[in-house]
Design a protein around this ligand. Structure first.
Ligand code: NAP
Length: 254
């Protein structure tokens, strides 16, 4: 039986929860954390009922709290074992339906998605050094380019993407592997807030399988899925501004 250990931030729902289940089913020791104790308890009940697994730990950890992040990582390392994979998946999301520049929303998303991710990386780098383990950051293809109405969320995802690329080089030198995960539209609590029809929408279970296979069996830096939608966004990414803006104009977005 494998004794490998994965820590999943934001494991109480959506992609993180489904991925926790997938890793448990494959005999990994799984630690899920999130900021809301009630959500975590519910997630634990479901996972224990379905898996009857003794390999599950749930720890409350709000990633915006630097000290709580440090304590959580030290607890896992000392009481459970060395983290093989840290899946930095936790994020806040709020669609900007009114197309307003809402500074509080920007601040919230920067705190959770950006600073929270940085706090995790900062604490992980000290314990993971020279172990050739993996930190995987869940970003989004929305970070490839600026999209209408997606300024706050898109900006944090673009920053995560840029950060992952940078750290890929820098952390190689200290023996830590960096990966980035870019899912297309996945049906979760977060995307259920969207008011538009999401093309190529997939389930969280679909995402979990792709993440597991990408992290465990492949050495590629970027894990992305489903192929078609992310590939289309990758094409948009390389278009010159004139064509990119023209396309959005044609779609009536400004
Ligand atoms: N769904 C998609 O289509 C899609 C597409 C591209 C990328 N992504 C990315 O995939 C990841 C997961 O998203 P999802 O769709 O599964 O969303 P979700 O269901 O809303 O899950 C988000 C998770 O993050 C946790 N979280 C939020 N704030 C936190 C905090 N301050 N500290 C710790 N945990 C916190 C939430 O739990 P608590 O509320 O209990 O804290 C929850 O477990 C995110 O990084 C998202 O940007 C999603």
């Amino acid at each position: 039986m494998s004794t490998k250990i994965i820590w999943i931030t934001g494991g109480s729902s959506g992609i993180g929860f489904a991925t926790a289940k997938y890793f448990l089913n494959h005999n990994w020791i799984v630690i899920i954390s999130s900021s809301n104790n009630d959500k975590l308890k519910k997630a634990k009940e479901i996972l224990i009922n379905e898996n009857k697994s003794k390999n599950l730990y749930t720890l409350k950890c709000d990633i915006t709290d630097k000290n709580e992040v440090k304590k959580t990582i030290l607890f896992i390392e000392n009481e459970v074992g060395q983290i093989d994979i840290a899946l930095l998946n936790a994020a806040a999301y709020s669609p900007n339906k009114n197309q307003e520049f809402d500074i509080e929303n920007y601040e919230l998303l920067i705190d959770v998605n950006l600073k929270g991710t940085l706090y995790c990386i900062d604490a992980l780098k000290d314990v993971m050094k020279n172990r050739e383990n993996t930190i995987a950051i869940v970003s989004s293809p929305i970070g490839y380019r600026g999209w209408p109405t997606a300024g706050a969320y898109g900006m944090t995802k673009a920053a995560q993407l840029n950060l992952s690329e940078s750290l890929f080089f820098d952390f190689k030198k200290i023996g830590i592997s960096i990966k980035v995960i870019n899912p297309g539209f996945i049906d979760t609590e977060a995307t259920r807030l969207n008011s538009f029809k999401m093309p190529f929408l997939k389930s969280a279970e679909f995402a979990a399988e792709k993440i597991y296979k990408g992290l465990v069996f492949k050495s590629r830096f970027e894990i992305y899925f489903p192929f078609t939608i992310v590939f289309i966004v990758k094409i948009l990414r390389i278009l010159p501004y004139s064509i990119y803006f023209f396309l959005w104009k044609k779609l009536g977005k400004f």
